[in-house]
Design a protein around this ligand. Structure first.
Ligand SMILES: [Zn+2]
Length: 271
C-alpha cells in the first residue's frame, strides 16, 4: 500500500547555496500524488524529468521556479516509505541543516506514516543496465530489495578508497546513512563562493577537508562518513524515479550526473 505522512511538519534553517533563511512545510498528500515540491505556487514533482542542475546539489525546476538541495529530504521520504507528500518551500532551496538527512528523518518519524488505499507500483529491475566508462560507472542489477554498493576514491589521506555495501531503505538507511554529512574540499571553497554557489556552507553543515585532514573540530562521525554521504545522495537520486526500486545500485566513482543518466535508462526500460 501507498503511504503519506500522519501530520504536517515544518523545518527551518539556512540554504547551502545562498546562505539565506530557508523554510519548508511538508504535508500529507492524497494517494498517487507522489512527492511534489511547491515553489511560488508552482508544483514541481520530484522526478528525474524536472532535474535542471546537479552541480553542488540537485536542483529541480519548472518554468522559472527552482528548488535546490532536494536530495536529503527526498532520500529520507523515500527511505521511510512516504510515497505521497506536498513540500511547500519558502525560498529557492531547502535548509541544509547539519548537512545530513538526520533531522529530516527525525521529523518524518515524529510525523508518522498513514496508509492509503492504493497499491504501490514498485520498479523492478529485470536486467542489468550500466552507464559510464571504466574509470567512473553506475549499474543496476536485479535484486529483491533496494541494495547499494558504492565506491568512492579520492587522492586524499583521510578519504582514499571507501566502499559502502548495504540497504538503501527502512531502518538500515536511518542507522547507517542518514547521519552522514555533506563534504567538500577547502581548496574548492573560494571558487564555489566566487560562483555564488556555497555561501551558506560552514563547518556546522559540511565536513571540510584541507590538504592533510578534516578541519571540523569535532572530526568525523565515522571514518567512512564520506562514502556513506555518497550513498545517502544516491538514495535521494533514486527517489526521483517516483517508485520503490527492487534492484542493486552499484556505483564506482559516480556522481549525481552518472546516477541520473542510469536512472533515466532504468525509467525508460521500465515503461
Ligand atoms: Zn548530499
Amino acid at each position: 500500500m501507498q503511504h503519506t505522512l500522519g501530520r504536517p511538519f515544518r523545518v527551518a534553517g539556512v540554504g547551502l547555496r545562498g546562505g539565506l533563511p530557508a523554510e519548508v512545510e511538508v504535508r500529507p498528500a492524497p494517494r498517487d500524488t507522489g512527492r511534489v515540491f511547491v515553489v511560488d505556487g508552482v508544483a514541481i514533482p520530484a522526478t528525474i524529468d524536472n532535474v535542471v542542475d546537479t552541480r553542488l546539489a540537485t536542483t529541480l525546476g519548472r518554468g522559472a521556479a527552482r528548488v535546490s538541495l532536494v536530495e536529503h529530504l527526498c532520500a529520507a521520504l523515500y527511505a521511510a516509505g512516504v510515497d505521497n507528500a506536498e513540500i511547500l518551500v519558502d525560498g529557492d532551496e531547502l535548509p541544509v541543516l547539519d548537512g545530513s538527512a538526520q533531522l529530516w528523518g527525525a521529523a518524518v518519524a515524529a510525523a508518522g506514516l498513514r496508509p492509503q488505499f492504493a497499491a504501490r507500483r514498485p520498479l523492478v529491475v529485470r536486467a542489468p543496465i550500466e552507464v559510464g566508462t571504466k574509470d567512473a560507472w553506475a549499474r543496476f542489477e536485479p535484486a529483491d530489495h533496494f541494495a547499494l554498493d558504492l565506491t568512492i576514491a579520492f587522492e586524499h589521506p583521510t578519504i582514499r578508497t571507501q566502499r559502502f555495501v548495504g540497504v538503501g531503505t527502512g531502518a538500515a538507511f536511518f542507522t547507517e546513512l542518514a547521519w552522514a554529512r555533506t563534504f567538500g574540499f577547502y581548496r574548492d571553497a573560494e571558487a564555489l563562493r566566487a560562483l555564488g554557489m556555497a555561501r551558506g556552507a560552514s563547518l556546522d553543515n559540511t565536513v571540510v577537508y584541507d590538504d592533510t585532514g578534516v578541519m571540523n573540530p569535532s572530526g568525523l562521525r565515522a571514518p567512512d562518513e564520506a562514502v556513506r554521504h555518497k550513498a545517502l545522495d544516491a538514495v535521494g537520486d533514486a527517489a526521483l524515479l517516483g517508485a520503490p526500486i527492487h534492484g542493486r545500485f552499484t556505483g564506482f566513482r559516480a556522481g549525481h550526473a552518472l546516477h541520473l543518466a542510469l536512472l533515466r535508462e532504468l525509467g525508460a526500460a521500465a515503461r
